[in-house]
Design a binder for this molecule. Structure first.
Ligand SMILES: *Cc1c(COP(=O)(O)O)cnc(C)c1O
Length: 360
């Protein structure tokens, strides 16, 4: 598919952009352009273009506003020391967007078109990819929405795919400090046969009440339990979770349809297995976490996702208890995995699994 490129007539000046790239907050400023591809039931994907970033004109009856038919992705562009720009496992994100779209009755964008859309945006906005210092990257937000104007309840016959991009620094400010996690005892994120595996806005909306509770209790993230029995740990609002046993193995909740298939999760499992460390993907009960973490048998806990990479977890807090060490330090395995993964992404370490795709 040919992309039409209509350059912005009001891009930021070099000095304005440089100022924003100095110390970018997460997802606050956006590049000069966006990608748009339209879809209709009659004609499929069409009218692919790159145009100026800006507000979208939307009818108040637009289906996405009422029934939440929406899916998204999160993926980054990394500048290497030689100036080249790379992204990480984009085919995996493209496939996941298709799976998410399928679940939400949206059309599936071809994976090649997904990868090409990132390339097209970088072709015009490459100057927005920060220098590789302080973990700065350009974060892409590809998303797809129902774009038909009507209030009936059925899958929309028009949809739109867009990509916007934001220069970002570290997700958690204040360095690699272990984060405290709130255990949601009064809400669930996703139920069996529900939408937990889809990267869709509604899952996030469902997580925010518990997140507010967490903030009020000094925690920055929330751990959700399975909706059925409320005894197994699943994942955080936007990150997968790993428990490290002092004498092995490393354990992470199995993908059972209610957990998001994190690409960072998958990469971390590979890196651990490369080191000869046993990884178990299985059911993990809250009592296993409690007993293991309190006794010291579990020596490290970390969470992972594209936005925050690999983040050490300190204590878990619920309205009933506190689990884990009072003054935690980032664990050795957590720290070295983070070094290795970011090393591959920024081109400092050989990419032995061919995870990087050069965008420019
Ligand atoms: C995006 C996301 C993750 C992390 O996935 P990555 O592919 O590693 O970025 C984990 N959990 C949820 C709920 C997510 O939306």
């Amino acid at each position: 598919m040919e992309f039409k490129v209509i350059k912005s007539d009001h891009p930021l000046s070099d000095s304005q952009r440089e100022a924003l790239l100095e110390n970018p907050a997460f997802g606050v400023n956006f590049t000069d352009h966006q990608v748009i591809i339209e879809w209709t039931e009659e004609n499929g994907w069409q009218n692919a273009r790159v145009e100026a970033y800006g507000p979208m004109l939307m009818d108040p009856s637009s289906a996405v506003l009422h029934y939440g038919q929406e899916v998204f992705e999160g993926i980054k562009a990394y500048r290497h020391q030689d100036g080249s720009i790379h992204t990480f496992r984009p085919e995996a994100n493209g496939k996941r967007l298709q799976r998410s779209a399928h679940r939400m009755a949206l059309p599936e964008l071809p994976v090649e078109l997904f990868v090409e859309s990132l390339r097209q945006l970088i072709a015009v906005d490459h100057a927005w990819v920060p220098e590789p210092v302080n973990e700065k990257t350009l974060y892409f937000r590809p998303f797809e929405i129902a774009a038909e104007n009507f209030l009936g309840v059925r899958a929309a016959k028009r949809a739109e795919y867009r990509v916007i991009a934001s220069p970002v620094g570290p997700y958690f400010t204040g360095g690699l400090k272990p984060v405290s996690i709130w255990i949601a005892l009064d809400s669930a994120r996703a139920g069996k046969y529900g939408t937990g595996e889809a990267k869709t806005g509604g899952n996030y909306a469902a997580s925010l009440l518990a997140q507010n509770e967490g903030y009020a209790n000094g925690c920055s993230q929330v751990l959700f339990l399975d909706a059925d029995t409320h005894t197994h740990i699943e994942e955080l609002g936007g990150m997968n979770v790993f428990l490290v046993y002092k004498d092995g193995p490393v354990v992470t909740p199995a993908l059972d349809g209610t957990i998001l298939r994190g690409i960072t999760r998958d990469s971390v499992i590979q890196l651990l297995r490369d080191r000869g460390i046993e990884v178990q993907e299985r059911e993990v009960s809250l009592s296993e976490l409690r007993d293991g973490y309190n006794s010291g048998a579990i020596s490290e806990v970390f969470a992972c996702g594209t936005a925050a990479v690999i983040t050490p977890v300190g204590k878990f807090v619920s309205r009933e208890e506190v689990i884990g060490p009072e003054n935690p330090e980032p664990g050795d395995l957590t720290t070295s995995l983070r070094e290795e993964l970011t090393g591959i992404q920024y081109g400092r370490i050989p990419d032995r699994h061919n995870w990087l795709v050069k965008l420019r």
